[in-house]
Design a protein around this ligand. Structure first.
Ligand code: COA
Length: 469
């Protein structure tokens, strides 16, 4: 009887319970952590628990690891004793303080000094490899191998390790070349398509080679981390700076192929009857898309080099444009009414619009044009951006305090996640966390730490220190 009773009391396995169980099983199989019950913004950071071994330097690698650190990864930056990342001392504005070049690219990281060519240093690096999830490096070609950290060695030490690298070029004629930002812009097609037709190739202020590829690398790393949940193994993530720049210049390769079928009608030179050559020309301020645009002078341009506005003659608002600039007759005139008719006349059209923009400041013009949904944008200087209150409010421009240089402005995380709020913490001083990492992260005891320090693996010889000063 009792037996019967207990059988009856057992809850029936409903459909919902079964599906909950199978969901749990699936999550276990993919090694996903248990779901958090904490509210939005309180459940830690997106990359909490991910540990990055950061061997990167200068700009490209550090941009990537800074982004991962903002998302919550624990980034351990390994730096050469005495010197550290070369940018600490480059473009210095405050004597004896880390440069803005360094501080603005290395927020939220910890720094350990380690001579990775010293036997004891290698011993420590081996331990770091074993406990980290991702190794990031952008040394020159062959450097990591020469250090003894081949993919095979790393993979043997830690089969789950993701090894993420940036080099200037992929396999091919230039694979052994060292590369900096502007070289990548030139080799990736940006410089040949930037500037004015009658002038030389130009590099852009946006660091598409370095910071652009740092972003490419972070996407690769996060993707590899995601795949590792299913495979349990690490992989290599390789970015060639030339490839990354070409990826950002994709629309220009589009235009290269369009050239075979006739002139590029949205380029000003078409309207000026200047023939196209064999390759995509520099397009000045022409829009890269299907809606013609140009940079136009605004009131005050004679004194202020940034008193300009970008103006797009978007087809759906053409009639509003005609009214605003005082040319209502263009709404029905056969030379102006339809977009194809306007293409050969772009220079004349923009010269006429400029007569109107020159009567307004860039901000006045912006206000008027926005009322009519006419796409436009003021040319903002770095001073304008640094002082813009809305950017401060969103944390895109932040003020950071630093123990040796004082307060400075930086660019915060431009990617806003609603459940993983970024906070910008100052960059580390050289070797600031050496002991902490040796002890708390790698588990060395006090005696062992003293031995490591004694060996010279974490400190620089006098000569190196003097050279870096
Ligand atoms: N301990 C001991 N030695 C260290 C070390 C450490 N912690 N960290 C670096 N080194 C050594 C390396 O072992 C290497 O020595 P080696 O040449 O004897 O093997 C050297 O320092 C670094 O070499 P490299 O990366 O070639 O630096 P570089 O200053 O000569 O060149 C770049 C700089 C940026 C041109 C080059 O690193 C490069 O082409 N990187 C790839 C592309 C890239 O990212 N470019 C953009 C940078 S923003």
């Amino acid at each position: 009887m009792a037996k019967k009773k207990s059988k009856k009391a057992k809850p029936k396995r409903t459909k919902a319970a079964a599906s909950k169980k199978s969901k749990k099983r699936a999550m276990k199989a993919s090694a996903l952590p248990a779901l958090s019950k904490l509210p939005y913004g309180k459940a830690g950071k997106a990359l909490d628990g991910v540990r990055i071994l950061d061997l990167s330097h200068v700009q490209a690698g550090p941009t990537c690891t800074q982004m991962l650190a903002w998302f919550g990864a624990d980034v351990i930056k390994v730096e050469r004793p005495g010197i550290g990342d070369i940018t600490r001392g480059q473009l210095r504005d405050v004597p004896n303080a880390d440069s803005l070049y360094f501080t603005m690219l290395n927020h939220n990281k910890r720094s350990i000094t380690l001579d990775t060519k010293h036997p004891k240093g290698k011993e420590v690096l081996d331990r770091l490899v074993k406990i980290c999830d991702v190794l990031v490096e952008n040394f020159g070609p062959g450097v990591l191998d020469r250090m003894g950290y081949t993919w095979e060695h790393i993979h043997k030490l830690n089969p789950r390790m993701i090894v993420a690298s940036i080099k200037g070029f992929g396999p091919g004629p230039y694979e052994d070349c060292k590369v900096y930002e502007n070289v990548a812009q030139c080799a990736g097609g940006a410089a040949s398509t930037t500037g004015f037709r009658e002038g030389p190739p130009l590099v852009t202020g946006a660091q598409i080679g370095d910071s652009g590829n740092g972003l490419h690398l972070s996407i690769g790393i996060i993707t590899a981390l995601y795949q590792r949940m299913r495979t349990g193994r690490g992989q290599r993530v390789n970015i060639a700076m030339q490839d990354g720049v070409l990826n950002l210049c994709r629309v220009k390769l589009r235009d290269q192929q369009r050239l075979k079928h006739g002139p590029l009608t949205e380029y000003r030179q078409f309207g000026e009857s200047i023939p196209f050559g064999k390759a995509v020309p520099r397009s000045g301020n022409d829009s890269g898309g299907g809606q013609p645009g140009w940079i136009l002078k605004c009131k005050g341009w004679e004194e202020d080099p940034d008193a300009y506005i970008y103006f797009i003659t978007q087809a759906p608002v053409w009639e509003a444009i005609c009214d605003v600039i005082g040319k209502p007759e263009w709404k029905t005139h056969p030379d102006y009414a339809k977009p194809p008719a306007r293409l050969p006349r772009l220079k004349q059209i923009f010269d006429t619009i400029e007569q109107w923009t020159m009567t307004k400041t860039k901000f006045e013009a912006m206000e008027i044009l926005n009322k009519y949904n006419i796409p436009c944008g003021p040319i903002l200087s770095m001073k304008d951006l640094a002082e813009e209150p809305s950017l401060r409010k969103t944390g895109t421009v932040v003020e950071v305090d630093h123990p040796t240089r004082g307060k400075y402005l930086s660019v915060g995380n431009p990617i806003k996640l609603s459940d993983s709020i970024s906070e910008v913490k100052r960059s580390p001083l050289l070797g600031e966390h050496t002991e902490e990492i040796l002890g708390k992260v790698l588990g060395y005891n006090a005696k062992e730490i003293a031995e490591i320090k004694q060996s010279g693996a974490t400190s620089a010889p006098e000569t190196t220190r003097a050279a870096a000063a």
